[in-house]
Design a protein around this ligand. Structure first.
Ligand SMILES: [Zn+2]
Length: 314
């Protein structure tokens, strides 16, 4: 047999074994949202068997020095899927990864990037790094594995080692990444990333669109402050943690939801209404969001959290 053919067959065989052993995430297309910036918009909804645990918005930026990934997804399979989409666009190496916050649906894909590109640098907020090490990584691996019925079982947590905080600017190639780190916003581990040129702003879950996120680790007031920071950036394109990208109106939309909910909960608290009495009124006031994914699941919890936060502020 011809030597090259023999090795090709051997290679093919090994690929097949690999495919059989390894969970593979279905492909989602990368959409170019600005010069040198692509986003893979994940499906809406919470992690499930159906979506293979994949539901965030991984993105990548091409710089002169190589590719920079933001939030490589919820599992090793998701990170591999992100790398497949990148490979369709460039042969450049991946040189850096930014993780926007500690929630595992955004960063458990790190391991795939680390395996493929061992020299890539991994950045996150210092509290993200500390919390991930203190148990959040294990907790999220478990949560993701349970919600996908074991699809993500081979995923390991690769925790970033390079801390980034407010106003840090990281230059990669000729591209500037400016960091905002609003405290106590969505998760108290959050960074938002401005790619100064061409004016793209990655909000993490401080902003979501068409999807109501969990607020269990966040505060309404901190989230409102993050809204102002995001708006002040005056970006051309905003990339939310979940849901479609868009202009500044997507920031307004989510921030209006939070502000309305918190204001009404506070007002009705002063009227001495109970949660269950508040709920129908707040649902009515926020009817424009009723078709957002997660609305029915989260609204009750959001009201309870808003009351607790309001009470604590008195
Ligand atoms: Zn989150």
């Amino acid at each position: 047999m011809h030597k090259t053919l023999f090795f090709s067959l051997l290679f093919l065989a090994s690929q097949w074994t690999w495919a059989a052993d390894k969970p593979m995430l279905r492909d989602y297309p990368a959409k170019q949202v600005a010069d040198k910036v692509w986003v893979i918009h994940g499906p809406l909804g919470f992690p499930s068997v159906e979506n293979q645990g994949f539901m965030n918005n991984p993105a990548f930026v091409l710089t002169d020095a190589g590719v920079v990934i933001i939030d490589p997804g919820s599992s090793t399979a998701a990170g591999e899927m992100v790398l497949r989409q990148i490979a369709k666009i460039t042969k450049q190496p991946v040189v850096a990864v930014f993780d926007t916050h500690v929630h595992g649906d955004h960063w458990l894909g790190n391991q795939a990037i680390r395996d493929a590109w061992p020299h890539a640098r991994f950045y996150a907020h210092p509290r993200m790094i500390a919390k991930a090490k203190a148990g959040a990584a294990e907790e999220w691996l478990d949560r993701m594995n349970r919600s996908t019925n074991g699809f993500t079982a081979n995923t390991r947590a690769f925790i970033p080692d390079l801390p980034i905080d407010q106003d840090r600017v990281i230059t990669i190639g000729n591209t500037l990444f400016h960091i905002d780190a609003p405290p106590k916003a969505h998760s108290n581990t959050d960074v938002m990333i401005a790619v100064v040129e061409p004016g793209v702003y990655f909000t993490g879950d401080n902003i979501t669109y068409k999807r109501i996120p969990r607020m269990d680790d966040g505060t309404f007031k901190g989230s409102a402050a993050a809204c102002i920071v995001a708006k002040t950036a005056k970006a051309n394109v905003y990339i939310p943690g979940h849901g479609p990208s868009g202009d500044a109106s997507i920031v307004d939309s989510y921030c209006h939801y939070l502000a309305t909910l918190y204001r009404l909960a506070g007002e009705m608290y002063e009227e001495e209404l109970e949660d269950y009495e508040m709920k129908p009124r707040i649902v009515k006031a926020l009817h424009a969001y009723a078709d957002w994914s997660g609305f029915d699941d989260e609204i009750g919890k959001h009201i309870s959290l808003a009351i607790l936060e309001y009470e604590a502020s008195l």
